[in-house]
Design a protein around this ligand. Structure first.
Ligand SMILES: Nc1ncnc2c1ncn2[C@@H]1O[C@H](COP(=O)(O)OP(=O)(O)O)[C@@H](O)[C@H]1O
Ligand SMILES: [Mg+2]
Length: 254
C-alpha cells in the first residue's frame, strides 16, 4: 500500500554537521503524528526538506505516491502540504485577516493584469477572499480579532493565527513546528483542542512537540529523532516507557 507521506533515506549535511542521517519514516492519513527528540535532533530540518525549503543531499519524499523531490515550497503547498514555522513568521504590522489573505493561493495581488482589466471581477474575488479569510479565522476562534494588528495579539492568539494561515491554503497534511511552545493554561488547552478538531475534520497532522503530556494527549503515533536519524517509532505509551529514549531526551529524568 502507498504511504500517505513517505520519507526515505534523507541525508543533509551542514558543513561538518550531519543534520539528517538516513532518515526514513511514513505518516498515516488521518492521524496525529508527533515528532519528538532533543534540541538539534533535526526536526525542523525534516520539515524544511519535506516542504521544499531545503534540498536534502540525498533521499526522497513522496506524498500520496507522487514524488516531491526538487519541488519549490509553493509547489509543495499545491500538492496539499502546508507548514508553520517555529519562529511564527507573521507580519506584525498587518492585521490577522491580512496575514491569512497572504497565505491564500491565487491571491488577487498576484494577478496584476486582472486587477487592471477586470476590476469588478477582481473586487468580487477580493470580497470573497476576505470572507473566506474570516471563515478560517473563525475556525481557530479568532473571528473577533480579524482587524487587529498582529503586534497587538497575545502570543497564544499569534500561535492560532499561524495555524489559520496554513488552513487558508486548503492543505490536507499540516506540518506544525512547535505549535504549543511557550503556551500554558487555557491557551495550551485551546491549541490542543484545535489540533484534535482538525483531525476530526479529516486533516492529517505531523507535530513537533516537546511537552510529554501534550504528546500523550494528542498523538496517535510518535517518531523519535536523534542526531538526524529515526531512532524509534510507536505509540506515545511505548515511546514514553522506553528508558533508553528517556535517557537521551531527559537524561533519565522521565
Ligand atoms: N541552515 C542551516 N545551516 C547550518 N546548520 C543548520 C541549519 N539548519 C539547521 N542546522 C543545524 O542542524 C541541526 C538540526 O537543526 P534543527 O533541524 O533546527 O533541529 P531541531 O528542530 O530538532 O531542534 C542543528 O545542529 C542546527 O544547528
Ligand atoms: Mg526545531
Amino acid at each position: 500500500m502507498t504511504a500517505y507521506l513517505q520519507v526515505t533515506d534523507l541525508n543533509k549535511r551542514f558543513g561538518g554537521l550531519q543534520a539528517l542521517r538516513d532518515c526514513s519514516f511514513t505518516i498515516a492519513k488521518g492521524r496525529i503524528t508527533c515528532l519528538v527528540g532533543p534540541n538539534g535532533a533535526g526536526k525542523t530540518t525534516i520539515f524544511n526538506a519535506i516542504t521544499g525549503f531545503l534540498a536534502p543531499d540525498t533521499g526522497h519524499v513522496a506524498f500520496q505516491g507522487t514524488s516531491l523531490d526538487g519541488k519549490t515550497p509553493q509547489q509543495v503547498v499545491r500538492h496539499g502540504i502546508a507548514r508553520t514555522f517555529q519562529n511564527l513568521r507573521l507580519f506584525a504590522d498587518l492585521t490577522a485577516r491580512e496575514n491569512v489573505l497572504a497565505g491564500m493561493q491565487d491571491h488577487v495581488g498576484e494577478e496584476p493584469f486582472a486587477a487592471i482589466f477586470r476590476p469588478i471581477h477582481t473586487a468580487r474575488t477580493l470580497a470573497a477572499k476576505r470572507l473566506a479569510a474570516l471563515d478560517v479565522l473563525a475556525h481557530v476562534g479568532l473571528q473577533d480579532r480579524a482587524d487587529t494588528l498582529v503586534r497587538n495579539l497575545s502570543y497564544g492568539e499569534q500561535k492560532l493565527l499561524c495555524i489559520a494561515r496554513i488552513l487558508a491554503t486548503g492543505a490536507d497534511l499540516l506540518l506544525l513546528d512547535e505549535p504549543t511552545s511557550g503556551l500554558s493554561g487555557a491557551a495550551l488547552t485551546e491549541v490542543m483542542a484545535l489540533l484534535r478538531r482538525l483531525q476530526s475534520e479529516g486533516k492529517t497532522l505531523l507535530v513537533v512537540e516537546h511537552n510529554t503530556r501534550v504528546v500523550q494527549q494528542i498523538a496517535d503515533d510518535v517518531l523519535f529523532l536523534h542526531h538526524g536519524h529515526l531512532l524509534a517509532h510507536g505509540s506515545p505509551a511505548e515511546i514514553i516507557a522506553d528508558p533508553k529514549l528517556a535517557e537521551i531526551y531527559f537524561g533519565g529524568a522521565l
